[in-house]
Design a protein around this ligand. Structure first.
Ligand code: SAH
Length: 349
């Protein structure tokens, strides 16, 4: 889009109510806002909003931008049904999304920030730091663009697990959650949405009080503070006990079980005694552990755990009564790990 457009407000960053207020001075009836919102959520720009009077479409075009995202690049896995996207935002920044297709439908992994400042040692997204936060509209725009690429089918599940730390962009992430479920928009129920965090304790506790029944995933990646501090700088701010307590609080407040993400890293966190310790830490909690195969990022020097070690780790958790799955590694041939595709493409256009 043209540079002069960048200063205009994006309609996708507004609720239907805010759009109604914004277009009221144009002398339009209130139902126009719902029409505009519904078109936007179907990925239609101003010229395609054919049930609006032409004059209104023209006024909208000069006063606002849509806030829709464009697919700048897509890549298909040869091994599975994974498709990776690079979405171009209005200021030329790009973020990644990954669509995974399962028997029960399509899941989209969306980004919440351009880059990330959490500094996890194994992650590609954080290598260049945080560039900026995404708006709620830019999070919705990723789903809308992916829907446009599905030829009539729709994204049914969303995971906030792409680049960025959603709880480090709290207000926009909450606004996104409140909007993604609106029936006049995308209509995706929050039981079909997961938010993944590296463990920002105050924000985890705040999220529990928002009345948003989203699934909380916590990236734990270690069973003790010492190991966790080696790979996750956030562990220097919050002790692992506080993170697990905040997760227990989330379960109590919401009745939703929490998912713990644990990427198995060779000779760092993959020993059987670390599995026992993890089981002890989570004892009695309504939770599930997702064991992830680390995607190697050359810059990090960290490697995925060996297959036998991973299997042994899983067996130990099962033996200790922990609900656990080893996540299938999808999209490993298309730089499916956070931030890898954006880095290779050089980031901003
Ligand atoms: N900041 C949030 C969400 C984005 S990261 C969080 O930390 O949860 C999404 C998930 O991908 C996290 O569990 C993260 O630890 C994991 N991840 C990052 N880099 C990875 C890699 N190279 N291999 C496997 N998982 C990775």
């Amino acid at each position: 889009m043209a540079a002069e457009d960048a200063g205009r407000p994006a309609l996708l960053d507004m609720t239907p109510g805010e759009i109604a207020e914004a277009i009221a001075p144009l002398g339009q009836p209130a139902y126009r806002a719902a029409q505009v919102y519904s078109w936007l959520c179907r990925g239609v720009g101003f010229t395609g909003m054919t049930n609006l009077p032409l004059a209104l479409r023209e006024t909208l075009e000069t006063s606002f931008r849509t806030g829709l995202a464009v697919i700048a690049e897509r890549r298909d896995s040869r091994r599975d049904d994974t498709r990776k996207y690079l979405f171009a935002l209005d200021d030329g920044e790009r973020v990644e999304g990954v669509r995974m297709t399962y028997r029960h439908g399509h899941t989209l992994c969306i980004s919440t920030q351009v880059g990330c400042r959490m500094g996890c040692a194994f992650c590609a997204s954080t290598l260049g730091g945080r560039v900026r936060d995404l708006t709620a509209g830019e999070m919705l725009a990723q789903i809308i663009a992916a829907n446009g690429d599905l030829g009539g089918q729709r994204i049914g599940n969303v995971v906030m697990m792409g680049s960025g730390e959603p709880l480090d962009n709290y207000a926009a992430s909450i606004a996104f959650l409140r909007r993604v479920r609106l029936p006049e928009g995308l209509g995706i129920g929050l039981r079909s949405v997961s938010l993944s965090t590296c463990g920002l304790v105050p924000e985890m506790r705040a999220l529990a009080t928002e009345g948003l029944p989203v699934t909380l995933s916590v990236s734990l990646h270690a069973p003790d503070d010492e190991t966790r501090r080696r790979i996750m700088p956030i562990a220097r701010r919050y002790a692992i006990g506080e993170v697990v307590d905040a997760a227990r609080h989330y379960v109590e407040r919401t009745g939703r079980r929490v998912i713990f993400e644990y990427a198995l890293i060779r000779d760092v966190n993959d020993r059987p005694e670390q599995a026992s310790r993890l089981a002890g830490l989570l004892r009695g909690m309504q939770c599930h552990v997702n064991l992830i195969t680390l995607s190697g990022v050359p810059e990090t020097g960290l490697l995925a755990a060996r297959r036998e070690r991973a299997a042994e780790f899983e067996r130990e958790l099962v033996r200790r009564g922990v609900s656990v799955t080893r996540r299938r590694q999808m999209g490993s041939d298309i730089e499916g790990a956070c931030g890898q595709l954006r880095r290779r493409s050089g980031g901003k256009e």
